[in-house]
Design a protein around this ligand. Structure first.
Ligand code: AR6
Length: 168
């Protein structure tokens, strides 16, 4: 798998699946979640509500998928990152699970390209350097038959600089 770094808005990226940093309710919210629901349209919310009816939401560290509505992507993989409580509530393993479970879903859907935002580093306050290391290590540890390219999409300059350094 090739890793590529992009700075910008994940809703604009044309890949097989974009990953959403959602919350357990799958109802949408602010940040990247809000941007994806706004740009993708109502179908994403409707499909999320079907998942909620069936399994009662999405637990932290796990991932589910919907179609992508008006987005250039084919699917949205919704994963729920951990809220940072100082590192004593298994946050690091839960963040790793977000990346691995999203990749497993993409693999099972036979997808070739997937893009990740910097999960948990916004309102969930996961330290950015720690989160970037976990994201990169998780992706590098994942062996895949189908996925060819993984994009890390950094929206804020701070994350972009951290990824630039860690990937060079
Ligand atoms: N494209 C790519 N990345 C973005 C975009 C975008 N359009 N907008 C923001 N980011 P956050 P979290 C980056 O807060 O910390 C929501 O309300 C942003 O710079 O979106 O996992 C959910 O509903 C940051 O680096 O997600 C949850 O309740 C990263 O996305 C909660 O926030 C993650 O920031 C999840 O919190």
């Amino acid at each position: 798998m090739e890793i590529k770094l992009v700075k910008g808005d994940i809703t604009k990226i044309s890949v097989d699946a974009i990953v959403n940093a959602a919350n357990s309710s799958l109802m949408g919210g602010g940040g990247v979640d809000g941007a994806i629901h706004r740009a993708g349209g109502k179908i994403i919310h409707d499909e999320c509500m079907k998942i909620v009816e069936k399994q009662g939401g999405c637990p932290t560290g796990e991932a589910v998928y919907t179609s992508a509505g008006n987005l250039p992507a084919k699917f949205v993989i919704h994963t729920v990152g951990p809220i940072w409580y100082g590192g004593k509530r298994n946050e690091e393993d839960l963040l790793k699970s977000c990346y691995i479970n999203s990749l497993k879903l993409a693999e099972n859907l036979n997808l070739k390209t997937i893009s990740f935002p910097n999960i948990s580093t916004g309102v969930y306050h996961f330290p950015k350097e720690k989160a970037a290391k976990i994201a990169i290590d998780s992706v590098k540890s994942f062996s895949s038959k189908n996925i060819e390219t993984v994009y890390f999409v950094c929206f804020d300059e701070e994350n972009y600089q951290i990824y630039l350094k860690m990937l060079s």
